[in-house]
Design a protein around this ligand. Structure first.
Ligand code: ADP
Ligand code: ZN
Ligand code: ZN
Length: 752
């Protein structure tokens, strides 16, 4: 029997060794178990047993683990291997993976035993009633009811109620939930005393609907061909299909097959695409097999889901955001990653900085499950993998039901201005199209990838612009709140009445965000019903649903929005889609700028004319000759991919190399400069010319800290594992230098 256990704690620290209690209690501990452990002078954490062994660590006193928290391990072998892989690949600790992988209530912690106990998850309890052995016989009880009905009519009536329940309303043990019986506690007590019933407290059972026969629409021959191709791929399959081609229908067919065999399915979608529309569509077919999982659910709900799945026998469909990757789906057979190109699959802000799509592929391979990646505009990484034969590939080029693909018009903003054909933010052709749509009772969507009223304000006298005191960035004006806001740190201030520098009373909003578009379009079309969908109007899930439902129901004529309008819902009547300013998509310093601009505009365009009518998409730009605009106009993904891949190849960017980005932070700019210089030198000793930088990112001060970046490129064919080994050495060297102790180094593997 082992005497020690390495325990992973939800901290940026390695696993710690604890002693096991002696005897049966210690023998019962298994790898993957959650246990309470004391760590530090006072804190009690939930830890995961990672390894059992007999190697006594070289310390004077060793603490003993506390009690086990659940009746079975929270993690199975695949789960543990997934955490280990993430920690190794994304260069963080397993404890940091634990922090994001387990819902908060499942891993209580506290500064005292009482606090820990208070934090601990308790399942909801339910009171159940059952008949005593003596009265199980229905006829006998029925006779008894008649016998006592004169003397104790209420009691007889309650017994009859219990008798009337059939097995579907009872729990697995044939007990009746107390809350379904209409009576008071005195009667229950009396029946119990009379020996008729027993009263028990049990964990509430989630009501699971009966098994339904999945009824799925028949796939078209073209869709069937694709479904067949997916089935014949063993590992990863990339399904490229234009918006409205029926990708979701194909997923549902594949999902149905797996569920029918008792297998589990995980379907990942970008967070903001997780709308009630998608869940409803899935529930209509798969009923209670569907479980949604995302960050807007309460911690209790997420914990209940985790524990329920832990006890599941298979046949579950989880639809979730990237955090759903960590749910215990022990019978996993299929993973679907919808909108696989979406950059929100990457967790960028905190460790583990993982790419959900790539972790999904890893997860599927651990279970020998199949992965389907779906998109109208696949990421070039996935597309290249398909081209190189690493992934299977299918293309659906036509919309379902012969729905027309939208007609795309490129509108030259400069020319419009010259001809006097531009009003505020809209070129004449867009105004005409909106006006036509309104007169036919059809809808319009206007896309602008900036929220707020104006990205900055400027003094007309001296050119002064208000900036964030904590970040190197201008403040965005928001008219609704009447304030200026920093989109990096959340700092806000009121818009000054006059310029603090020259006292001119003329501060002009520059550029435009969704708020300003909303105002301007309402001024142009005063009778139109206009709504806005962005982070400022979507303050809650219900606000989101309200806006979407109003648009769906035709109560809104024009919907203005950011990226949020591009995802996840299916509108029938959108006749016009306007991209108000393509330029700010085209000119970003990122090597993925063209790919992103193409994907975003194509997705926005896909919202037009989805059912009966042909839609029109108007892209306003001052660069009509830009090649990205040309690819969008022709819907030519292949041309975009060819040109971009050639560039990436030339300059060693993904998919021809892997990137590791280092961001160094310090509140002291001098120390930071010296530190980054030192770090760059250490890196170059090992990696030579593969190191680029340091460079300052576009916003080089955030929350009062300066930042500088270095980039490491590891070309394909070189071992990433070896590179990580060398990197760990460099980081350790850096950390050993007292001078740079206060510099924070953030490592981002495969940055987005
Ligand atoms: P995508 O996911 O590629 O955007 P969807 O699966 O949402 O496409 O399909 C677009 C629309 O066409 C949906 O309303 C869907 O119900 C319908 N549709 C697609 N394929 C079929 C089919 N084989 N039978 C009936 N309706 C279909
Ligand atoms: Zn001024
Ligand atoms: Zn700020």
């Amino acid at each position: 029997m082992s005497r020690f256990a390495d325990i992973v704690l939800p901290l940026a620290q390695p696993a710690y060794c604890f002693a096991l209690p002696s005897g049966a209690e210690g023998d019962a501990v298994r790898v993957g178990d959650a246990v309470a452990v004391q760590f530090g002078p006072k804190n009690i954490y939930t830890g995961i047993v990672w390894r059992l062994h007999d190697e006594r660590p070289n310390v004077k006193r060793i603490k003993t683990i506390g009690r086990r928290l659940y009746d079975r391990p929270l993690l199975n072998k695949q789960g543990r291997r997934l955490w280990e892989w993430i920690a190794d690949y994304y260069m963080c600790t397993i404890g940091e993976v634990m922090r994001v992988a387990l819902p908060s209530l499942i891993k209580p912690q506290g500064s005292s035993a009482e606090e820990f106990l208070r934090e601990e998850f308790r399942p909801r309890m339910e009171t159940y009633l059952s008949l005593t052995a003596q009265w199980r016989d229905r006829d006998a009880l029925s006779g008894e009811c008649d016998r006592i009905s004169r003397r104790a009519p209420r009691r007889a009536e309650v017994l009859r109620q219990i008798l009337s329940f059939d097995s579907a309303q009872c729990n697995a043990a044939g007990e009746v939930p107390r809350r379904l019986i209409d009576c008071d506690s005195a009667q229950i007590a009396a029946l119990r005393k009379g020996g008729y019933i027993e009263v028990v407290e049990r964990e509430r059972e989630v009501e699971r609907g009966a098994n339904i026969a999945f009824s799925l629409p028949e796939l078209t021959p073209e869709q069937q061909r694709v479904a067949g191709e997916v089935r014949s791929t063993r590992g990863v399959h990339l399904l490229q299909g234009v918006t409205g081609s029926g990708k979701t229908e194909i997923y549902m067919n594949l999902i149905g097959e797996v569920l029918a065999q008792g297998g589990d399915v995980l379907m990942l979608v970008p967070e903001i695409a997780l709308t009630s529309q998608l869940i409803d569509r899935m529930e209509r077919v798969f009923g209670s097999r569907v479980e949604a999982y995302h960050s807007r659910l309460t911690p209790r709900r997420r914990t209940e889901t985790y524990l329920r799945l832990l006890h599941s026998e298979g046949g579950q469909l989880v639809i979730g955001a990237r955090s759903a990757l960590f749910l215990p789906l022990h019978h996993l057979q299929l993973v679907v990653v919808d909108e696989e190109h979406d950059s929100s699959y990457k967790q960028s802000d905190t460790a583990p900085r993982y790419q959900g799509r790539d972790v999904a592929i890893m997860l599927a391979s651990l279970y020998g499950a199949r992965t389907v990646l779906g998109s109208a505009t696949p990421s070039l990484e996935s597309y290249a993998n398909a081209q190189w034969g690493k992934y299977g590939y299918s293309l659906l080029a036509e919309r379902y039901g012969g729905a027309a693909t939208p007609h795309i018009i490129i509108s030259d903003t400069m020319r419009s201005v010259k001809r006097g054909e531009r009003r505020t933010h809209f070129n004449q052709v867009l105004i005409n199209s909106i006006s036509d749509a309104l007169s036919r009772g059809e809808q319009t969507m206007l896309f602008q990838n900036r929220r707020g009223f104006a990205p900055f304000v400027q003094c007309r006298g001296c050119g002064w612009t208000p900036r964030c005191p904590n970040c190197n960035v201008t403040l965005t004006e928001h008219r609704t709140s009447g304030r200026m806001e920093c989109h990096y740190c959340g700092y806000t201030a009121t818009v000054p009445k006059s310029c603090p520098q020259c006292e001119t009373v003329d501060l002009k909003p520059m550029g435009f965000g969704t708020e300003r578009v909303e105002e301007a379009i309402s001024a142009l079309f005063p009778d139109a019903r206009v709504a806005r969908l962005d982070r400022d109007t979507v303050t809650s899930e219900s606000a989101y649903n309200r806006i979407i439902h109003a648009f769906e129901a035709g109560q809104t004529d024009i919907l203005v929005g950011t990226q949020m309008i591009t995802k996840g819902f299916d509108f029938g009547r959108v006749a016009v889609v306007g991209v108000l300013n393509a330029d700010n998509l085209l000119f970003s310093p990122d090597f993925r700028a063209s790919e992103r601009a193409f994907a975003l505009m194509t997705q926005v365009a896909g919202r037009a004319g989805r059912r009966q009518s042909e839609g029109v998409v108007i892209v306003q730009t001052s660069e009509p000759e830009n090649q990205v605009i040309g690819w969008v106009a022709r819907g030519d993904y292949q041309a975009m991919a060819r040109a971009e891949l050639a560039d990436r190849h030339l300059f060693f960017y993904p998919p021809y190399a892997r990137l590791v980005q280092f961001t160094l932070f310090s509140s002291d700019v001098q120390t930071l400069r010296r530190g980054v210089g030192e770090f760059a030198e250490l890196l170059r000793e090992k990696f030579g010319r593969r190191v680029a930088g340091p460079v300052a990112p576009p916003v080089d001060r955030i929350r009062g800290e300066y930042l500088l970046r270095l980039l490491l490129k590891i070309e394909n064919g070189r071992s990433m594992a070896r590179a990580r080994e060398l990197l760990r050495e460099v980081i350790a060297q850096m950390q050993s230098k007292a001078e740079f102790k206060q510099i924070k180094i953030v490592i981002d593997v495969d940055p987005q």
